[in-house]
Design a protein around this ligand. Structure first.
Ligand SMILES: [Zn+2]
Ligand SMILES: [Zn+2]
Length: 823
């Protein structure tokens, strides 16, 4: 970034009320600005740049009382880290801290004891993700120091200074096939060697760190460890950072529900630790249920205090909703700041939904003491996603916050609820044509809040707490264990079965009323809870800012761990005339910044395929016969890109009219002639997958691939060596005349089918489908079946064959077809 390009708009505003400062800027369709009481913003500053997207701020106050802010800046090609400081003369012009632009994450700040600041961040360099640090003092920056060298990803740093002037850095690292926490300490003599802080087979992630008044440094994190033993839960753990590794950590969270996203803060006489607590709904459709942690409800925050080396029982902090219609569908950030007493200020951001077309991202602030929580203050509201982190610090009797603020001119997608389904109305499509999300940018909003005014201000209305969901007792029994991998051999090749999700939305999709959560939560849920091998986050291209597409691509690279987990870049292309398709790429080099194509209403799919040009990509239509969501227009087809179709998802089965678990129980939602079989009947050669779509949906994609690596998975999908299931980890493999599923072959003689079906429960009904008809069916009481069948019919024209396998528990699996032609 060129410093001269950077425009910092600095607004030092004394004693403004938030109701005046926080008008909804540029909002055309949002709710009217409400009064937010008399909360005083003693000092505010906005940092923005017309060409760069600003996200992930952190904030600290130096020992000399100067506020220091750092954040990520994406210029359309790469990230920089910018920082600004405020002294007695006001704010500095932001300065670029990174020596070379790149892919960066999570700038984190810690004030030292001498008026300086340490900045630690993670970045991709030399093909791996590592941690880096720089020190700032009196306007001077030290050289960049590299803290990690390991080839596995090192990310998510948290930093603090201890009382002896040592800098502590803790982070999550993928080493030896799992996520653990590691720490490094920089003493005045230099960096000490890294040390492992957790040693458990389960994922230990999302570290937070703070130094207590006695000088002990504490680390807290979220751990899936209880999930390994059937408890099915993320819990919050904490330990002193200098304890030996074999001293067990303390489990601080106490509820049977799911606890995530911890944040530690130092207080005058101890520490406070906050986290989120929620009930996670298993995914269900009719009688089918599959566990996942992307579909939560009933969220509260909890805070525990460290007193004399022990953690207190947590205090509940409930989100204060405006009215009965308001629902919370995603949280994007929370942070705590401690005061000189044992009270803390808890900031939490979430997506609030009222009715069908009114959703905003809100931030609330709540004062919490060991005895009580509240009142809550509504401190900001924006139409789109501000970002993932809130920087906070308590200094000089003020609460300083730094948040990414939404760009101006955003539009609210209009939605109509149809049987629980969100769709975009014609007005939204018309507005979409006026809008170019590629040009939209976030900025950084810094402010100081004064508590006297906060407590004197008008709080949100007190509402009786809603009864909480019980945790279902059978959740534990639904845990999916990693079984030995099934393989099949074909001539000299061996293929292993891998499971994934190729249709998965985060809250970047804007139609977040489906409870889609933050991207990082989806990735963790896919890995820890659903035990998937590969995933593609397919957010709506039409609503994504360039900076959000960049963040998804960065996360895709960060989450790619060959042999362990594959993340494929992708997005959803939504034409409200020609239907919806997911676009999946093999890697982020192919899926560059300009690979995103946005449909408006009448954009034909040919424009998408032209845009993809020579890139490797697969386009996968979904809900093809959904009349209201828009059916797939099968008159457009491209053999090169349109290799697969999604037969099953959250809305049900699209195989044929009358199929089991068919999507449209209401006939007005059904578009006849658009089912998967209709497309096959037109001669389109489509392999079959299934995937959930939004949070809470069901569907699973299976592939038979050479290895668990991006190009091998993409290649297997491209070759249509794949199958779909309603969510059960079934395995289905079909060969016709020794050719694997997905093949197009010429047959000289009889057509012979050979299929292997591994069900997840005893009792299978296996049906051979050919040219729109069930031509053969067998049942078995076993969970595993080998089918051999020769078609007695003479082959006179090209014919397709696929297998549908139905379990007694209603789960279904479908193989991709094989196409057989006469000579
Ligand atoms: Zn869609
Ligand atoms: Zn979708």
């Amino acid at each position: 970034m060129n410093p001269w390009r950077l425009v910092a708009i600095l607004a030092l505003v004394l004693a403004f009320t938030l109701g005046t400062v926080l008008v909804l800027q540029g909002c055309k369709n949002g709710p009217a600005t409400r009064s937010r009481g008399e909360v005083v913003a003693a000092d505010t500053a906005d940092f923005r740049d017309d060409l760069c997207d600003f996200t992930e701020p952190d904030l600290t106050v130096t020992s000399t009382g100067h506020v220091f802010v750092a954040w990520l800046s994406y210029d359309g090609q790469a990230d920089s880290i910018l920082a600004a400081t405020r002294d007695d003369d006001g704010w500095s012009t932001p300065f670029d801290v990174t020596t070379a632009p790149g892919r960066c994450f999570s700038p984190r700040l810690a004030a030292d004891l001498d008026g300086g600041v340490w900045l630690v961040w993670s970045a991709a360099r030399d093909g791996q993700h590592d941690l880096f640090a720089r020190h700032w003092c009196a306007g001077q920056w030290s050289d960049v120091e590299r803290l990690t060298e390991h080839p596995g990803p090192d990310t998510g740093p948290a930093v603090t200074m201890d009382r002896a002037g040592n800098l502590w850095v803790v982070w999550e690292a993928f080493r030896d096939g799992r996520f653990d926490l590691f720490a490094r300490v920089r003493s005045p003599e230099g960096w000490r060697a890294e040390r492992r802080l957790t040693d458990h087979p389960a994922s230990d992630v999302h570290a937070t760190i703070a130094c207590d008044p006695g000088g002990d440094v504490w680390v807290a994190w979220m751990s899936w460890r209880d999930g390994c033993f059937g408890d099915g839960n993320y819990e919050i753990y904490a330990r002193r950072a200098d304890m030996p590794l074999d001293d067990p950590p303390t489990r601080v969270s106490t509820s049977p529900q799911v606890d995530m996203l911890p944040d530690l803060v130092p207080l005058a006489d101890g520490l406070a630790l906050s986290w989120t607590n929620a009930y996670f709904r298993p995914r269900t459709i009719e009688t089918l249920t599959v566990p996942n942690y992307d579909n939560w409800d009933d969220k509260i925050y909890q805070v525990a205090w460290l007193r004399g080396g022990r953690w207190t029982a947590p205090v509940d902090v409930r989100l204060t909703l405006h009215d009965e219609r308001e629902q919370v569908v995603s949280d994007y950030a929370s942070a705590v700041a401690g005061t000189l007493s044992d009270e803390i200020w808890l900031l939490y951001g979430f997506i609030s939904v009222r009715g069908t077309s009114d959703s905003t991202w809100r931030t609330e602030l709540c004062r919490v003491t060991p005895d009580a929580a509240g009142p809550s203050f509504d401190i900001s509201e924006s139409i789109s996603g501000p970002g993932r982190s809130i920087g906070t610090a308590w200094a000089q009797g003020q609460l300083w916050t730094a948040e990414a603020a939404e760009y101006q001119g955003d539009l609210q997608p209009q939605a109509i609820m149809e049987d629980g389904t969100v769709i975009w109305g014609p007005d939204a499509v018309a507005e979409l044509r006026q809008r170019d999300p590629a040009t939209e940018r976030n900025w950084i909003h810094v402010r100081a809040l004064r508590p006297a005014s906060l407590t004197a201000g008008r709080p949100l209305p007190e509402r009786p707490p809603a009864p909480r969901h019980p945790v279902p007792e059978d959740l534990a029994s639904q845990q999916i264990t990693r079984k030995p991998r099934l393989t099949v051999s074909h001539s000299d090749q061996t293929w292993t079965v891998f499971y994934g999700n190729l249709h998965y939305h985060t809250d970047y999709s804007r139609d977040g009323r489906r409870r889609d959560g933050p991207a990082i939560q989806n990735l963790r849920s896919a890995y820890d809870v659903a035990r998937l091998d590969f995933v593609s986050l397919t957010d709506h291209a039409e609503w994504m800012r360039a900076g959000e597409w960049w963040m998804l691509r960065k996360l895709t690279d960060l989450w790619n761990r060959p042999g362990d987990f594959v993340a494929l870049p992708g997005y959803e292309w939504t034409s409200m005339v020609h239907g919806h398709k997911n676009v999946i790429f093999p890697d982020t080099h192919v899926a560059g910044p300009d690979s995103l194509h946005r449909a408006i209403a009448e954009t034909p799919p040919t424009q998408l395929w032209e845009h993809l040009g020579e890139r490797d990509a697969i386009t996968i239509p979904h809900h093809p016969s959904h009349a209201i969501m828009r059916p797939t227009d099968w008159s457009f087809h491209d053999e090169r890109y349109q290799r697969l179709v999604e037969v099953f998802q959250m809305r049900g089965n699209y195989e044929y009219d009358g199929a089991p678990l068919q999507h449209a129980r209401q006939r007005f939602a059904f578009a006849p002639g658009h089912c998967v079989r209709d497309a096959l009947g037109l001669g389109h050669k489509l392999g079959i997958i299934a995937s959930p779509d939004h949070a809470g949906g069901l569907g699973l994609a299976g592939v038979w691939a050479e290895r668990l690596e991006t190009h091998a998975i993409f290649h297997a999908l491209y070759e249509r060596r794949c199958f779909g299931t309603t969510g059960a980890h079934m395995a289905l493999y079909l060969e016709v005349n020794n050719a694997p599923m997905g093949s197009e072959i010429v047959s000289q003689g009889p057509v012979h089918l050979r299929a292997r079906i591994h069900g997840t429960t005893p009792g299978l009904k296996i049906t051979v489908v050919s040219d729109g008809t069930d031509v053969h069916s067998v049942s078995t009481a076993d969970a595993v079946a080998l089918l051999e069948w020769s078609d007695p019919r003479p082959l006179t024209a090209t014919r397709y064959y696929y297998i549908r396998a139905e379990q007694t528990d209603s789960h279904i699996g479908w193989t991709s077809p094989v196409w057989v032609s006469p000579p």
